[in-house]
Design a protein around this ligand. Sequence first.
Ligand SMILES: *Cc1c(COP(=O)(O)O)cnc(C)c1O
Length: 243
Amino acid sequence: MLDTSIILANLKTIRENINSAAIKSGRDESAVRLMAVTKTKPAETVKCLLSAGIRCFGENYPDETVEKISAFREVPDARLAMIGHLQSRKAKIVADHFDEFQSLDRLEIAEKMESLCAERNRIMPVMIECNVGDEASKSGWHFADDFIPDQFLADFEKIRKLPHLDIMGLMILPPYAEDGEINRKYFIRTRNIAAYLNQHCGAHITELSMGTSSDYTVAIEEGATIIRIGTALVGPRDYKNKA
Ligand SMILES: *Cc1c(COP(=O)(O)O)cnc(C)c1O
């Protein structure tokens, strides 16, 4: 059963935390967008979040998203972002139904998305997924330390030239840490990668999508412009519902 009052109470707490993290770091809270992560959650949860004023949504599994797509489309200015690892054979669903693609994690999927968007005559806003924790289990370009690998720069240049992709920012999913403070170094590293690309490669990266339920206040202190919150907003996920 969906308990609307719990979601509203969670939202209030999260907004208060966003506000204090912004104040603490001298940032304007309006510079931080809250994305609701609704993977495994039913359409009713999406509708509840829409009536609470949320306009930014993240989903991980294209087939599941399509099943509840009409919920996202009830409000014209709601934005739907793909944030999970995208298999090539599912890329068409993202090109057809999503407003942005945050989990661009390899050159091959960038080229695939480019050709799908060219066919559809649309531009896809994308974020480059950086594996700043250098974790074998996760996708994205690996960063073992503060050094920026040549292979990443080479791929970045190729992606920049793809006319139907528009690189908005960097996206990271650092290791899970109960104490978000432990991930501060990864948020700083991401900010530094963006600064490097802007200063030395002529890029225009304005978005840092970083911070989840366990570490979003630290991410905001280090410059996150989009935080992606699932559990703290809509409760734990039940993967038994997933095919
Ligand atoms: C599931 C997911 C989230 C949300 O994580 P919570 O810990 O539930 O807030 C954020 N980002 C990505 C990429 C995810 O897959």
